[in-house]
Write a protein that binds this ligand. Sequence first.
Ligand code: AKG
Ligand code: FE2
Length: 338
Amino acid sequence: MVPPPWQDVYDPRTNNSLVTHNLLEEYAVLPVVDLGLLCQGNEAEIQKLVMAAKEWGFLQVANHGVSRKLLNEMEDQACRAFALPGEAKMRAEPAAGSFHGYLSKSEDNVSRMLWSEALRLPLNPLQREDVITKLWPEGNAAFSSAVEKYIATVEQILLQLLKNLASGIGLDPLHFTQDVSNDGHSAVLRMNFYPTSSKSSAPTLGLVAHSDPQVLTILHQNGVDGLQILKDDKWVAVKVRRGSFVVNVGDILQVMSNDLYTSVVHRVVMKRDQFRVTILCGMSLHPKAIVRPAPELVTDKRTLQYRPFTPEEYFISLLSNGVYGKTHLDRFKTSPGL
Ligand SMILES: O=C(O)CCC(=O)C(=O)O
Ligand SMILES: [Fe+2]
């Protein structure tokens, strides 16, 4: 893997108020789910998945069958994209109202995305090629084909998990996947790059606390930890087994499960002595689908938590209100503010 050559150009900006939390927290090991066992319909493994999505909102997926070669190739391609000259990356900045493109850590994002930059590529292949040709006007066949192969592979894992997350709580196995669409606003392959700095080895925030707006997301990291989750009101750093994926419940799955599954707030904290690359694939619903809690999950004990809305409405709210913590879900509650 080629580390980008420009790692020292950023200021630590440690005076930002978001960085005043104690960034060094205790470690937790996320529940591990074996994908091979899930595919065989192993009931104990399905229940382990359900427990993880309810109690943690996060889990590790092992025995997933994705080759080390493909993961290395993706890390390498991400590094090459982030190593492009600033002008090339700026050409790919998102158009107004769009989720997709290159996010620099300059401009307004400094206070939000802090020590990182990101590339959000649409899952829709045609839209994705538009972003790629902004980065490389002549195209980049190696990048495009690695990304395409990776998306096709991890989408299958997400679909498998979503089927089990539905059947494991007595829903039709297709309940969470029937409206999945690559045209969703937040249907994304997101590459994150957290550079090193020789200035100081003090920890700093790489990505501000947020929940993911998708249905379910799957994350590969280059063997460098940094992800923290807010568990029982306390930040815990997650240790990830090399080669396992991290999967987390997104806001839309929380709504569809009427709060049975939780979309947990997370952030990235970097020690800045090792650069970190992560690749996230987020599965999303068609912009015009109706998102509502599954009727089977609305009971006397667990009353209806959300009004129906479209992913488009949700996305517009997200764009106009920003991605801080999880406050945007409250806007769709049946009793806002409760
Ligand atoms: O890089 C990570 O560990 C997490 C990235 C993340 O949370 C995101 O891209 O939404
Ligand atoms: Fe996230």
